[in-house]
Design a protein around this ligand. Sequence first.
Ligand SMILES: Cc1cc2nc3c(=O)[nH]c(=O)nc-3n(C[C@H](O)[C@H](O)[C@H](O)COP(=O)(O)O)c2cc1C
Length: 179
Amino acid sequence: MTALIITESYFGNTAAIADAIAQALGGPGAMAVESLPVADAPVLVPPGTDLLILAAPTHDYSLPRPATRARARQRGARHGGQEGDGPGLRDWIATAEPVPGVKVVTVDTAVKTGFMLSSAAKTAARLMGAAGFENVRRGATFFVSDLSGPLEPEELLRARAWATTLAAGLKSLTKVRAA
Ligand SMILES: Cc1cc2nc3c(=O)[nH]c(=O)nc-3n(C[C@H](O)[C@H](O)[C@H](O)COP(=O)(O)O)c2cc1C
């Protein structure tokens, strides 16, 4: 099985979560995983991709926009490839072409406030569905302790466990389909 992870990140926290997910998915005997910042992501999902994970920070309860990117820069955003004005996942999704059979799962990072009107992962899942992807689901939110991080304790472990569970679910689904 093959997985592609596409990530948007301004302070490195979502990128760290994506790395942890990639490590867990790509463990021994597991999937072939490619993990790319959105600026380097292919315009088209490569043929043969079974799992597409989109990871982004929550900005104003949604996916980042040019105005929120500018606010991130004012707050010292420094993560590689994202200092400029995009592209973000919102831009990538806007030109994405649906691929039959690919399972899409969206994840995000956010500050733990106890109240989340919406989130980057929720928006990304909605936009991917609107773009025509058929098998889309919102995955987990991972928490940072403040706007620029760091991640809350144990979030990298939680991301690895989350990805391991996701991979196990995909494998059993494949087995059922093959039977
Ligand atoms: C402009 C801006 C708006 C934000 N809005 C929200 C928000 O609505 N809810 C929230 O929980 N966190 C919000 N945050 C915090 C981000 O979620 C946090 O910066 C992000 O998780 C860090 O991930 P990154 O290091 O990958 O950029 C916001 C941050 C910025 C810069």
